[in-house]
Design a protein around this ligand. Sequence first.
Ligand SMILES: NC(=O)c1ccc[n+]([C@@H]2O[C@H](COP(=O)([O-])OP(=O)(O)OC[C@H]3O[C@@H](n4cnc5c(N)ncnc54)[C@H](OP(=O)(O)O)[C@@H]3O)[C@@H](O)[C@H]2O)c1
Length: 267
Amino acid sequence: MARKRRGEGQTALVTGASAGIGVDLAECFAQDGYNLVLAARSADALRDVATRLAAKHKVTATPIAADLQVQGGGSKLAAEIKKQGLTVDVVVNNAGYGIAGAFDGSKLDEQLGMIDLNDRALVELTHIYWPQMLKNKRGGVLNVASTAAFQPGPLMAIYYASKAFVLSFSEALWEEANGTGVHVSCLCPGPTQSKFRDRAGTGKTRLSNRKVMTSMEVARQGYAGFRNNKRVVITGFSNAMTARLVPFLPRRTLLKIVRGVQSPKEG
Ligand SMILES: NC(=O)c1ccc[n+]([C@@H]2O[C@H](COP(=O)([O-])OP(=O)(O)OC[C@H]3O[C@@H](n4cnc5c(N)ncnc54)[C@H](OP(=O)(O)O)[C@@H]3O)[C@@H](O)[C@H]2O)c1
């Protein structure tokens, strides 16, 4: 008889599942038997991911096109999930974007948009599904932050701050859920292969000289961490070491270092 997979009978909602890390996180959950609800704006890409993962891992995968950056985007998505007769056991808050550059001269709608997607929508979806998770004593939340969460980010200030919010919120929830059976993990990737850097413009900064991990490596580590209810998952040895070093650096020195990393590449 085939071994029962850990996620059988449960559903994971994965946001930002049309590209990059979200696709691979969805695959990790599907591999373990979770049915999927996949959300992002690009309906065609979502449908392709859903069809491929459902066939490969013998799960159901429902694509729902949703813009989570708009006010109430999370509630609208949840209403559509309910309308389709689906429930959610695990929320993977992965959708997000960054914009590199000085705050001066930046576009306000893009700066606020980062807060709306990276933080507000993440809180909204977590708030919707959290009570049922606690009642069920299972499931949980996997929030995708970044190594940017561990320090302020001159020349990418709002993105770094938005990810610091995700880390702080996630760690607090982890403690609130302690002993309930509900898992909370905060995944903190460093530079990762995806479309992220095209949108963020980080390919033109010195940050792009750093080692880049594949999105599947990042997703596997994130999923393994979530399974074990690991509070914070920093992907890659050097990223983890750097994050551990940060609290010991004088703040002014740290700010200069990050500013250097976020500065445009020469030549
Ligand atoms: N790549 C890196 O170096 C890196 C490092 C650290 C942390 N991260 C974090 O990892 C997460 C995933 O990023 P990624 O690297 O996989 O980037 P990506 O390839 O650009 O994927 C971003 C995903 O978010 C979705 N998304 C963007 N805007 C959305 C909106 N308004 N509503 C709903 N979905 C939206 C995109 O789909 P649509 O465009 O179809 O909506 C896409 O599926 C983000 O939170 C990012 O901050 C990335």
